[in-house]
Design a binder for this molecule. Structure first.
Ligand code: TDO
Length: 187
């Protein structure tokens, strides 16, 4: 399994092996021991699956307030996304900065996003499915959005506001400057 880290501490990109043969392929997409060795020592409590019908669907940027903060292990078994994680940990050397990576059925990459980040993605292909494991349960009251195209975040989504297909909740999401501080950097 290939493992890559970023300038933003905590984010981990993983690429599990895919064993191809004439029938297709086989892949261990999650192995608790190997993922723990890679720095993801967590117990997951929920598996989520979403389908986005069109190219240009933007979901995010989302997070849950403590004590319901979620770490997310995301992957794309069908289609492709540009996946984005924004560091919201107050005091972090990379607070407000983000990473954006392509996750696709083709590149087979997974992104580990620890608690303390806002997460979102834009679909690069129609009929894109996202699967992700989370380490805390969904909590509707703790669920928050951050405006996907807040200029302060400076994220290159590759689409304009008029092209983006968003939920009403995400369209009305607040800017970073208007969010209450949610997370503290713990080094
Ligand atoms: C996230 C979630 C939503 N729901 C419900 C609430 C709502 O009726 C419906 C759709 O919810 P949303 O519009 O929030 O779905 P969506 O916009 O796909 O939300 C997801 O976006 C990505 C970027 C994430 O990082 C996820 O954690 C999650 O926030 O599903 C659950 O029942 N459980 C869950 O864990």
């Amino acid at each position: 399994m290939k493992i890559e880290r970023f300038a933003i501490p905590g984010l981990i990109l993983l690429e599990p092996a895919r064993h191809g043969d004439t029938r297709g392929f086989f892949s261990e997409v999650f192995n608790r021991q190997r993922f723990a060795e890679a720095g993801i020592p967590t117990e997951f409590v929920q598996d989520n699956h979403s389908l986005s019908r069109e190219k240009g669907v933007v979901r995010g940027l989302h997070f849950q307030m403590p004590p319901h903060a979620q770490g997310k292990l995301v992957r794309v078994p069908r289609g492709a996304v540009l996946d984005v994680a924004v560091d919201l940990r107050m005091g972090s050397p990379t607070y407000g900065r983000h990473e954006a990576v392509v996750l696709s059925a083709e590149n087979w990459r997974q992104l580990w996003i620890p608690p303390g980040f806002a997460h979102g993605f834009v679909t690069l292909e129609p009929d894109t499915e996202m699967l992700y494991k989370v380490d805390a349960f969904y909590n509707r009251e703790a669920d928050r959005s951050l405006r996907w195209n807040d200029p302060v975040l400076d994220i290159s989504w590759g689409i304009s506001e008029s092209e983006a297909i968003l939920s009403e909740k995400d369209r009305a999401a607040p800017l970073l400057a208007d969010l209450p501080p949610a997370f503290r950097w713990e080094g």
